[in-house]
Write a protein that binds this ligand. Sequence first.
Ligand SMILES: NC(=O)C1=CN([C@@H]2O[C@H](COP(=O)(O)OP(=O)(O)OC[C@H]3O[C@@H](n4cnc5c(N)ncnc54)[C@H](O)[C@@H]3O)[C@@H](O)[C@H]2O)[C@@H](O)CC1
Ligand SMILES: [K+]
Length: 493
Amino acid sequence: MNILNASQIRNLDAHTIQNEPISSLDLMERASRAFVRWLCARFDNRRPLVFFCGKGNNGGDGLAIARILSAKGYGVTVYVVDYTEKSSDDFSKNLQRLQEHLTVHYIKEEKDLPKLTGEEILIDALLGSGLTRPAEGLLAATIETMNESPARVISVDIASGLYMDKVNGDDDAIVRPDYTVSFQLPKLAFMIPQNGPFAGDWLVVDIGLNETYIEKTKTPYFFTDKRSARKLIRDREKFSHKGTFGHALLLAGSFGKMGAAQLCGGACLRSGVGLLTLHVAGCGYEIIQIALPEAMCSVDIHEKMLTTLPDLNAYSAIGVGPGLGKEPQTLQMLENLIGEAKVPMVWDADALNLLSENPDLLKKLPEHTIITPHPKEFERLAGKSKDDYARLELARSFAGEHKLIVVLKGAHTSVIFPDGTVHFNATGNAGMATGGAGDVLTGILTSLLAQKYSPQDAARLGVYQHGIAGDRAAKARTKTAMIASDIVENMGW
Ligand SMILES: NC(=O)C1=CN([C@@H]2O[C@H](COP(=O)(O)OP(=O)(O)OC[C@H]3O[C@@H](n4cnc5c(N)ncnc54)[C@H](O)[C@@H]3O)[C@@H](O)[C@H]2O)[C@@H](O)CC1
Ligand SMILES: [K+]
């Protein structure tokens, strides 16, 4: 799914209005009805709804939503923040329609702000995608009132005060919603870690904007949702055999960290690979043979760490890094790996830390290798960034400069291609912020590479599948109690 910027969304609205054709007022009505469908499915009419509306089209949505919900028997109170003389046409038309049924209250100065009990549900329709500058004065005071109330807050389209596609100032007044019900497309702002409090639990409702136009609009940003992930999956042919699905090699684990090898191996096996060999330190031999009977084991000459490579000819993909440690002999093995590997690879964890300490090695990493840093590992590799938008830009240029597939891990993990394309992931949850979850991802990605998925498809699909398994694990065990092996246990699509 494409993620468009604010001006592209404006053009998309205009295109839909002109070509469907539909009047802008009817489009607003359609958007409002989509919002209402979501709200009614979630909340019954026992709690009072308090609307805070601006005077643009976001406010117009708020007024239309209030009218529709009031007709459905919800208790509705509407405040219009009278911060400007100007208002949009569709706002004015909806104001007129609403006033036929309901008294609208105006907030002309701060003392007009209502006292909230906390029992209400607050609807934030002050500012939407039309935001051009930080919210100030009466708007900022209204935002503060919403944020200070313990009441639930639902933002229409996007939290008021949050830019859709660029960084906000540290002191900007921005609504902190519990939910954002956004129209048609996810917004770039929702993908950015520092915006977490300003997106809440966000979701997208379909308002029938022109699909062809969306597909045609050029953007570097995409969202891997269920539909786009499904398109990447290849069926297992009836006449296939284990050779069809490749032979993966994992270089993982060291003394005290054999669990990393086990998690990564388990995940690799459960993502469809034909054969798996784990190359492990001597101390890992029995552990792996017992823990993963389906895997083969190649044993290093060193008892505690990996120092040498097995013959690489047999393998169709290689994953390296989980639990490796950073000993000089292991670094030597990585240097040899770069020289000898002729198949696609995934580099993770300590393999990345060793890379960041040896920038010359980084330059030699084969093109289209997948690297899977978490933010700290990425910082060690590429340097610090002043904010999360800047980090995303740095990751795009890093991927381009080194011709790597960068999987920047976190909520909405971003998969970044050398051409600067970014695919944000839809699945996963905070329960996955637990030791070993990254090792699981490395196993999945190596398995998909071994099955001859392109590095781009493997990265997008693997990250999606990892998140789905994490979501199932959280459902089964809760986000708090789930551990990385629960992710492996819940794999499969
Ligand atoms: N255009 C369309 O066809 C549709 C628009 N929709 C709604 O329209 C919204 C966008 O509406 P608008 O473009 O009217 O913009 P907004 O309603 O977001 O903002 C209204 C106006 O306020 C001004 N403004 C910007 N930042 C401000 C600030 N910090 N303080 C004070 N004033 C500020 C701008 O002139 C802006 O146009 C979307 O978020 C969505 O909710 C939906 O109804 C769906 C259809
Ligand atoms: K809003």
